[in-house]
Ligand binder design. Structure first.
Ligand SMILES: Nc1ncnc2c1ncn2[C@@H]1O[C@H](COP(=O)(O)OP(=O)(O)OP(=O)(O)O)[C@@H](O)[C@H]1O
Length: 244
């Protein structure tokens, strides 16, 4: 389970988060939907301990991510907003490096790597250097490194950006499979269709605050609109920065 409680974060004069609270449950896909600049990346970075909030906490399976960042990291897989790969490493070395960071050793490490290679079907590229990989191949390697330690929670920041239809479908299928196995999945997006198709719960965020939250159906019912897109426009007052 993932929670943020009363997050406040300022960058100079910019108030990125204004007392933001929400949670994501196990066995569910929760979407953080909001226009550009709404505060999605900032909230996720605080949650996984990369950024210190001015106030409030990020909690991962009951662990405060600022008080115990190492304990919290064990419980999560992170698919960050900018997925830089070490271009000179092979995909296998890349994944092994993350396995090391998570404290996997010996046979357990080897088995975990083989398992994730199979799961993501990356046997054909596993011993190639990452330089020159396509966006789809990069996505799979980043996902593999975020899943190698089999975390109970997965946080993804705009995971489908730059992906073609096929790679997006592969990613969606994996997220659904993980959810069915009980993983708590939280992802940010400004792509409406993706959120409507995948999410059990949607948290609509604008200007650092929650505008509303619920199932896509609940949001439509509450706003009296037929589509999530129309509901969103009603809640936010604009569709600027949002893709259909
Ligand atoms: N390091 C930083 N320094 C200054 N301002 C920042 C910094 N990081 C974020 N901000 C500001 O905080 C606000 C929220 O940004 P954030 O990246 O969290 O939004 P977002 O919802 O993820 O947007 P996007 O969809 O464009 O990625 C924006 O006004 C942004 O310019």
């Amino acid at each position: 389970m993932l929670e943020v409680k009363n997050l406040v974060k300022k960058f100079g004069d910019v108030e990125a988060l204004k007392n933001l609270s929400f949670s994501a449950q196990d066995g569910q896909i929760t979407g953080l939907l909001g226009p550009n600049g709404a505060g999605k990346t900032t909230a996720l970075r605080v949650l996984y301990g990369l950024l210190k909030a001015d106030d409030g906490v990020g909690v991962i399976n009951g662990i405060d991510s600022q008080k115990d960042p190492i304990g919290a990291r064990k419980e999560i897989g992170i698919f960050p907003d900018k997925f830089g790969l070490y271009e000179r490493l092979t995909a296998r070395e890349q994944i092994a490096y993350f396995a090391d960071l998570h404290g996997l050793v010996g046979d357990a490490k080897m088995q975990a790597i083989e398992k994730v290679i199979k799961r993501l079907d990356i046997g054909d590229i596993i011993d190639r250097r990452c330089a020159g990989f396509s966006q789809g191949q990069r996505m799979k390697v980043v996902l593999a490194q975020s899943l190698v330690h089999e975390p109970k929670n997965l946080i993804l920041d705009e995971p489908t950006r730059g992906l073609d239809v096929m790679s997006t479908r592969i990613l969606r299928d994996i997220l659904i499979e993980l959810k069915e196995q009980g993983t708590c999945i939280l992802f940010s997006s400004h792509v409406m269709q993706e959120v409507a198709a995948l999410c059990d719960k949607v948290i609509v965020i604008a200007d650092g605050k929650i505008a509303d939250e619920g199932t896509p159906q609940e949001l439509c019912e509450r706003t009296g609109k037929e589509s999530l897109e129309e509901a969103f426009v009603t809640l936010i007052g604009s569709d600027e920065g949002i893709a259909a």
